[in-house]
Design a protein around this ligand. Sequence first.
Ligand code: ZN
Length: 254
Amino acid sequence: MKGGIYIKPVGILSDIHGNIEALKEVLENAEVEKWYCLGDIVGYNSSPRECVEKIREIEAHTIAGNHDRAVTGNLDLNWFNATARTALKWTVDRLSTVERSFLNELETTGRCTIGEFEVLLAHGSPDPESPFRYLLSPGDIRSIFPFMKKFDILFVGHTHVAGYFYRFDKESWNFKPAPGGCRIKLQPGKKYIVNVGSIGQPRDGNPQASFALFYPGQKEIIIKRVEYNIGTVQERIIEAGLPESLASRLKDGR
Ligand code: ZN
């Protein structure tokens, strides 16, 4: 990245959730200038430690997800359903002091300039009062307009459903899921809200790991899916004594 000229894309990851096989496969499949991580490195799957170490190793610009906040005691476990809670309790004991303090220090939003674009990063929502709100409806999008003023692109994760919001008239936005991946051409003066999907536990019907590549020079964002060895992850979940449903859902992408 010399003088702001990007030869390679930047990569945006989210919701890794302790799935090191999926994370490694994605990292091997993309050559980027820099990685950005939108949080939820841990939770659900059985390799939280390896995932935190990998994210530190690649020096990704990282923000916190709700699961990262929970394992550091910053978010009440009652916020989660029973299965997620069981996995979080299991995860807390697996993390070292160094890994926990790395997670503890993460902010809930990030901002950066990539090429000529002002980019905002959030796990769920850029509203600092409710960072883990789900952006689903046109109303949800309207409520975050005030936070989008200075930015061209907002990248989020959290729902584990890849896609993007598009404006279909002056007031209204719709979400377009992209379970098979997609290419978004950026037009000058327009704003974009892109959900990069989940690396470690996709829920949009496609079990492949999801992430985004942003080419600031070509002015485009690509949501990509990558296959990984789900069987290995399922075996490890069972061996670890984590809930069986966490293993079975991976192959369905739910
Ligand atoms: Zn998540």
